[in-house]
Structures are given as structure tokens and as C-alpha cells.
Design a protein. Structure first.
Length: 200
């Protein structure tokens, strides 16, 4: 864990040209992530990744902001006109439905499992080429999307494509923590990594 003091110490050295590990001996291994972390390389450009957050919730707001920083094109889908207007005024790219957005580089995250439009949104997401579709919710509660999708005639094999729960298990409770866990899980999945603290 990095303390507040440690953060200050790290920032004092970001502008220095020489670090103990930067120019190692013959055994030095180039680490691209380290180069980015120390500001010596440009962050990865957006490569067609799109993150669609469905429903204008506090979690969606944090998720889309963090996703933009991570190189995703962030899109909010909100069918309620007033909520959509509020989100648009807050600077989000807002769409009324999910069907026109996703392609093979898109991850879709439904952030509210209580909305009556839940089934329609998931059905439409599953009908697209989206890479990944998931819905937030406690694994200890009955998944509400199962019945909602079945009533819309969605096949069981398609319903099984919906990920739930989503994100890494970090004990997140607040909207920012839930957004971090969700985004980290999506990045791990894209990179075919298990997440957590195990490193190869």
C-alpha cells in the first residue's frame, strides 16, 4: 500500500531524467507500463474500445470518466428523456438506446437492475456484436434479468452470455469503488488475465 507521504515522494521524482531502474545493466528488461507510469511514454491511444454504461446512475458516471482516462470511448445509454438531458448537460455522450452503439470492440455494462427497461436494454445489447455484456448486482440476490429476458423471448444460451456479477472482488461498496472494480475486471478480461494479485 502506498501512503500519502509515498505519493508525494514519487511526484518529486517524476520529472527527473535518471532513476535507479531506468538505465539498468545488461539484465535490464524494458517495461512499457513503467515507462508510461513515469511519464516517459504516451499513454495508449484509443484502439476502438467503447464502454457503454446503461442507465444514468452514480456508478455509471464514475465508470465512464475512468473509462475515458483508460482509453475507452465512453457512451451513456439512458432512455429516460429527463435523465438523458441532465447527463448531456453534465458532458456525457448520451444515446437513447443501446442498439446503435456496440460493435465488436464494445463492452456494455448495465448499472441498474431495478429499471423497468432492463430486459429491453439487455436484449438489444445481446443482439449486437458487442464483445461483452454484463449487469451489476449482488450474487446473493435473484438475478432479475433472467425472467425479464425470458419474457422477451431471448434464448437461454443468449441469456447465459450476460455476465453477473461483474468486476473484481475488492469488497467495493461506494460508486467510485464499484466503478474501479468493474473497469479493472473489463481490462483484465480484454487482456486475458485473471485479475487479483497474482502475477506471472
Amino acid at each position: 500500500m502506498t501512503s500519502e507521504h509515498d505519493h508525494g515522494h514519487q511526484h518529486e521524482h517524476l520529472g527527473h531524467e535518471h532513476h535507479g531502474h531506468e538505465h539498468g545493466g545488461p539484465d535490464h528488461v524494458h517495461d512499457a507500463a513503467c515507462e508510461v507510469a513515469h511519464g516517459r511514454a504516451a499513454p495508449a491511444a484509443r484502439d476502438g474500445r467503447v464502454l457503454v454504461a446503461v442507465f444514468a446512475t452514480p456508478v455509471a458516471q464514475y465508470l465512464l470518466r475512468y473509462a475515458a482516462d483508460a482509453g475507452y470511448q465512453p457512451v451513456l445509454v439512458e432512455p429516460d428523456s429527463q435523465l438523458a438531458k441532465d447527463a448531456d448537460e453534465a458532458g456525457f455522450d448520451v444515446r437513447p438506446d443501446v442498439g446503435s452503439v456496440p460493435d465488436a470492440g464494445t463492452d456494455v455494462v448495465v448499472t441498474d437492475h431495478h429499471r423497468e427497461e432492463l430486459g429491453i436494454m439487455l436484449r438489444d445489447a445481446l443482439a449486437t456484436p458487442a464483445r461483452w455484456v454484463g449487469i451489476m448486482g449482488s450474487p446473493r440476490a435473484e438475478p432479475p434479468h433472467l425472467q425479464a429476458l425470458a419474457m422477451l423471448g431471448v434464448r437461454p444460451d443468449e441469456i447465459a452470455r450476460v455476465h453477473r456479477p461483474i468486476g473484481l472482488n475488492i469488497g467495493s461498496k461506494t460508486p467510485p469503488e464499484i466503478a474501479i472494480a468493474t473497469l479493472a475486471g473489463l481490462i483484465a478480461d480484454r487482456n486475458k488475465r485473471p485479475g487479483g494479485f497474482h502475477f506471472d
